[in-house]
Design a protein around this ligand. Structure first.
Ligand SMILES: Nc1nc2c(c(=O)[nH]1)N[C@H]1C(S)=C(S)[C@@H](COP(=O)(O)O)O[C@H]1N2
Ligand SMILES: [Mo]
Length: 529
């Protein structure tokens, strides 16, 4: 047979069991690779690990329709599903690489190394990577995996002394011990924590928020209706929806954070520390934030009390004028530490509304998931065109000159919030008892306000719902309609009219390219009398 091969490789043909074990060897090697990479990443930067790096690259290249589908199907678990998908794909490839190694140990090891190089490339080309060190986790993991695969396959190809059977015992011992050791090391790495992240957590714990120079007006007592099942007027931080592309939540050390302000019309480029920002007169405002990916009746909207500094004043000081005053820049591009870019009309930011660089949310420093240490909040615009989290720079430019992250992905460059209303209670397909049923929910049209909400039962006439007191036009507004429910199936429909007198259109449209519209309906079955 093949002389060169028999000269280098041992003198036996693999059996079926050997092939099974070889595939297993591929799997164990992949697992050890990832564990080692994870351990190294935990010392360097968790974002540089191969799974988050490749995952991030996939997110950036995922067509918008697919992403909308993922959000619809998996909601806020979409990121977990993506990472599981990557692991599953990697697992099946690893089985093949194990089999390949049985034919040629060098080729097998080379295949593992190739995956390592891919991971390293993904890591260093991520927008948040600023150092070649980010390649190290993937390369270290791949080196460990390639070596292990080489050794493991060696056990299968080497006959045990005095027999012609593979050294399966040796194989299993090496596989189990390295697998266990890698698991332990990675777990230890995670338990000990990453220095960068620890510093960030410490900086957040130490942060004292300034008292607002302009406090939020007290919420009128009538803004919160006493109806069970309605969304609370203020959304607690832990319940506030989260939408972003970050597979690993950025943890920024507030002590080292700087905001760069530059671009067209800026007299002189400026860097601001958090201390400098917080020394400015702070304002506190209740503002409802909504996501453009929120479908009619969907959950991606929340209302919080934000504390921050007015962005317009900062821009004016730097020499920026809005287009209406002849300023050259019509787009403000905010960039985050993870490379996200969000484009906002300069005119909107400077037209007198409470556009904030926020550091406080409902009385505490921003949670890491919501943008610590600083994010933007602009009433009346969807989050993807206004609410940059983990912000690190602001550039004044034009819409012609620059497309922010979501624009080439099919979303509108400018997107004011559309009027929406949602039935919170009763829930879809509920079985309320006959009698008075409180139909209630929220409606929002930030910066225009909600003037009227109407409810329709089946094909009946529209009836005015009772509106809760309005806090400000920048917040959502609760409403309730007591319904004399009769047995049988019923369709409840809601529609709102905003402060300009415009009523929500009936026809449903999808979320792309600039937000869903249409009436929300809920079907219920009232129990028989
Ligand atoms: N850095 C960064 N900022 C971001 C995003 C993001 O992906 N990355 N998503 C935006 C979108 S689409 C929305 S709707 C809001 C959501 O803010 P929240 O997660 O605090 O609710 O953040 C915006 N800011
Ligand atoms: Mo969003």
């Amino acid at each position: 047979m093949n002389v060169t091969r028999t000269a280098r490789e041992p003198h036996r043909e693999p059996t079926r069991t050997d092939r099974l074990l070889a595939a297993l060897g591929g799997l164990v090697s992949a697992y050890v690779s990832l564990a080692v990479a994870d351990l190294v990443a935990s010392r360097v930067r968790p974002e540089a690990g191969p799974v988050p790096a490749v995952g991030g690259a996939v997110v950036d290249r995922t067509p918008a329709v697919l992403k909308e589908w993922a959000i619809r199907s998996f909601g806020e678990s979409d990121k977990t599903v993506l990472q599981l998908g990557i692991l599953l794909l990697l697992g099946s490839l690893a089985l093949g690489v194990g089999l390949l190694a049985l034919r040629s140990r060098l080729l097998g090891a080379a295949a593992v190394a190739a995956f390592g190089v891919l991971g390293a490339l993904a890591a260093v080309t991520r927008p948040d990577s600023d150092s070649a060190v980010d390649a190290v986790p993937s390369l270290a993991g791949a080196a460990a995996g390639a070596l292990l695969l080489y050794v493991l396959t060696g056990r299968l190809l080497t006959p045990r002394p005095g027999t012609d059977r593979a050294d399966r015992r040796g194989f299993l011992i090496v596989a189990a011990s390295t697998g266990l050791a890698a698991t332990g090391a990675a777990a230890l790495g995670r338990a000990v924590g990453t220095p960068v992240q620890e510093n960030a957590a410490a900086s957040r714990a130490a942060l004292r928020l300034p008292r607002p120079a302009s406090a939020a007006p007290a919420v009128p007592p009538g803004a919160q209706l006493p109806v069970p099942g309605i969304s609370p007027f203020v959304t607690p931080n832990r319940d506030f929806y989260r939408v972003d592309t970050a597979l690993i939540v950025p943890k920024v050390d507030a002590g080292r954070w700087r905001l760069r302000l530059h671009g067209m019309g800026v007299r002189e480029e400026r860097f601001l520390t958090l201390r400098e920002l917080m020394a400015r007169p702070a304002v506190e405002r209740d503002i409802t934030l909504a996501c453009v990916s929120n479908e009619v009746g969907g959950p991606y909207v929340g209302n919080a009390r934000w504390l921050g500094v007015p962005l317009a004043a900062l821009l004016r000081e730097a020499g920026v004028r809005p287009p209406s005053e002849g300023g050259p820049a019509d787009q403000l591009v905010a960039r985050s530490v993870d490379g996200m870019t969000i484009g906002t009309p300069v005119e909107a930011v400077m037209d007198g509304r409470d556009a904030l660089l926020a550091f406080g949310m409902n009385g505490e420093p921003l949670p890491f998931t919501h943008g610590f240490p600083v994010r933007m909040v602009v009433p009346g615009l969807y989050g993807y065109v206004s609410a940059c989290k983990w912000i690190e720079s602001i550039e004044l430019t034009t819409f012609d000159a620059y497309d922010a992250y979501w624009v080439p992905r099919g979303w509108a460059a400018q997107a004011p919030v559309k009027t929406q209303s949602r039935i919170d209670t009763p829930r879809p397909f509920a079985h309320p008892a006959p009698g008075t049923v409180m139909v209630a929910g929220v409606a929002w049209a930030q910066h225009r306000g909600i003037r009227r909400v109407e409810v329709r039962i089946d094909d009946g006439p529209w009836q005015d719902a009772r509106l809760a007191a309005q806090d400000s036009t920048d917040t959502w507004r609760q409403w309730v309609h007591p319904w004399a429910a009769t047995p049988g199936r019923h369709t409840l429909t809601v529609r709102a009219t905003d402060g300009t007198g415009t009523t929500q259109p009936e026809r449903r449209t999808g979320t792309m390219p600039d937000g869903a519209q249409g009436w929300h309906t809920v079907e219920v079955t009232v129990a028989g009398a």
